[in-house]
Ligand binder design. Structure first.
Ligand SMILES: Nc1ncnc2c1ncn2[C@@H]1O[C@H](COP(=O)(O)OP(=O)(O)O)[C@@H](O)[C@H]1O
Ligand SMILES: [Mg+2]
Length: 213
């Protein structure tokens, strides 16, 4: 589950999230909706414990993360969340395959299994033919798919997706929706920031959470 109670995130010159509460039960799929600049990316970063709130409490996958020191937060991220970043956040000099398998490096998963799992995801997303190419040389849509594969390779109990179809055509969007449906069927929790009608009208979401009043 993901539970925010009265969460505020304040920067020196902006307050992207103010007194924000939401609750997404384990196994639920929620869409985070709101205009650009309304705090969606900040809310996902808070849920991933990539940043801490100024005030309020946050519980994700049974863990209170609002005041978690970074050394515990990185362990929490590794065990609990898969993040599809809005700006992909790939390592440009590493190959697509290496980027996708990155989250498995600290685990005990045998090398061969790591590669099998990576190819399975890359095939589903149609980027297996790009396995050896440096991520920095991929197109925007290919980078987005590599970032999706990397987020899912660990089978995380919580998946956070930030405008995951912004660079995908209708066919690839359908593929991603299929993958999301599989995640949902496995009882995992999904939070998707999106305006894409293909997602909002697909019926995948149990609830829509708005970032503006
Ligand atoms: N690190 C930061 N420092 C200062 N302001 C920030 C920072 N991150 C986000 N903001 C501001 O917070 C607001 C919300 O941003 P964001 O969460 O990216 O919204 P959205 O994803 O809905 O477009 C924006 O006005 C942005 O400029
Ligand atoms: Mg955003």
């Amino acid at each position: 589950m993901i539970k925010f109670i009265s969460v505020t995130k304040r920067y020196k010159d902006s307050v992207p999230v103010e007194d924000f509460s939401m609750e997404i039960s384990a196994g639920e799929t929620a869409i985070l909706s709101g205009r650009s600049g309304s705090g969606k990316t900040t809310i996902l970063a808070l849920a991933a414990a990539l940043t801490r709130p100024t005030s309020g409490s946050i519980e994700v996958n049974g863990k209170q993360t609002a005041k978690l020191p970074e050394e515990f937060a990185s362990l929490f991220r590794r065990e609990s969340v898969g993040i599809i970043f809005q700006n992909y956040n790939l390592m440009p000099n590493l190959s697509t395959l290496d980027n996708v398998t990155l989250p498995l490096l600290p685990t005990k998963t045998p090398f061969r299994q790591q590669r099998e799992r990576a190819f399975e995801l890359m095939e589903k997303l149609g980027i297996d033919n790009k396995a050896k190419i440096a991520a920095g040389r991929l197109s925007g849509g290919e980078q987005q798919r590599a970032s999706i594969a990397r987020a899912l390779i660990n089978n995380p109990p919580i998946v956070l997706a930030d405008e995951p179809t912004s660079n995908l055509d209708a066919k690839l969007t359908d593929k991603l929706l299929e993958i999301f449906a599989g995640i949902k069927a496995e009882g995992r929790t999904l939070l998707i920031a999106t305006h894409d009608k293909a997602i909002t009208e697909s019926g995948i979401a149990d609830k829509i959470i708005r970032t503006e009043k």
